[in-house]
Design a protein. Sequence first.
Length: 386
Amino acid sequence: MYHHFIAEDEDYNLTNKRVEFIQSGVGEKETTSTNAELIIVDDDISEGGETFICVILLPTGQQADGRVVGEPDTISIIIKDDDDLEIGFEHSTYMGTEGEEVRVRLVATLEFAKAFQVEIFTTSLLISSPEKPYEADSADYVITPNIGRVRFDPWFGRASSVLSIDLETDCLVEGTEYFDLSVHPISDDETRIILGDKSRTRVVITDINAVYVRPEFSMNHFDEDEFVSVRYEALYEKSGTYMPVNSECYCTFGFNLEVRSEDITAKANMDYIEIINERVHFDAGERYSSNLNVTLIDDDIAEPTESLKLNYNINVTRSEEDAGSVLKLINSSEVIISDNDVEAIPCTLTDGSMVDDGTRFESGEPCMQDCTCKRGVVVCPEITCP
C-alpha cells in the first residue's frame, strides 16, 4: 500500500486563496472567478508521497444569507516525489591493519525526510575459495552491527549509522587480504532509491605477521671433495619474536627461494658448478625446504682456501607486495672451500688439548653449529640468529 505523509507549507504554494462568485444579472446564475493556483515546490529532498487537503469555506457572515457549501467541500492533493535518492559508501576503499578498527559509513546524495533501510552483503563470503587466497574470510573480521539491514534516520543528515569493523589478529602469515561490501536497496514504494558509483567498497587488511627464511648456515667450511647440501628453515615472526612455524602459525601460501651463486675467490665451473636462479620451494605451512646442492669440483691442484657466495631472493605465487611485507630472509650465505691436496694437520684447542684433523665437536656457542678441525684450523659454522 502506498502511504503518504502530511505535506508542510514549504512543499506547496497556494495563491488566490479567496475565490469570488460574481452575480452577472437578475435571475441569472453566478459564474466563477479565476481558478485558485497551486504550485508544488521542487525541493530536491527525498520525501516519498505527501498529502494535503484543501477545504472550501464561506467567509464569516455569508452563512446568514442562505449560502451554503455543498459536497464535496474538501479535496485531497497528493504530491508524488520525483527525487531519486542515490546511496553508496563514503569511500571506494578502506584500509586497515590486523588489530585495528575500520569504520565504514553509507551516504545519500540528497537529504531525506523519512527513515528507510538498505541491506549490506559481504561478497567475499559468496565467492571465496582456496583458489583465491587474497580474499579474507569471516575469521578475519567482525562487523558491528551484524551484516544485514542498515537504517538511515533523517536526523543523521545524509549519512547512515556507522559500520564498525574489527580486524582480527592471528598468527597466520596471509599477506594482504580483502573483502568487499555491497549495498542493496530494500523495495519501498515511498522512497525512490538508486545505487550510486560507490555501491560497493573494498576493505583491505594488512598482515602484521611475517615468515623469516634462513639458510642452515650463513658461513661454513667444506673440503673440495665434500658434498655440500644446504637446507632452509621458515620461522614465524611477530613483533620481533621468532619461532619455528607450526600447525597454528605458518604461511598460508607457497613460495620459492631463488638461489644464485657468485664468485668471491673461487671460480664458477672451475672450483664449483655455477648456480643460476635455482629454486628451493616451500609449500604452505612448511617449516623446512628441500635441500639445495652445491657441487664442488675436486681437482689435484694445491690451492689456497677459496670462497663463493649464495645469494637469495624470494619468489612468490602471490603478489610482489606480499613478498616485501610478509616474507623476510638473510640475503646470502658464504661457502668456504678448503683444498684437500695437503697432508692432515691436527688442531690445538683453547684448553691446550689436541684433536685430529677432521674431528667434529660441540662449539658451546648459541649461534654456532658443531666445530670441525680442518688442517690445523678450528672451523665453527655460523648461523644467523634472529
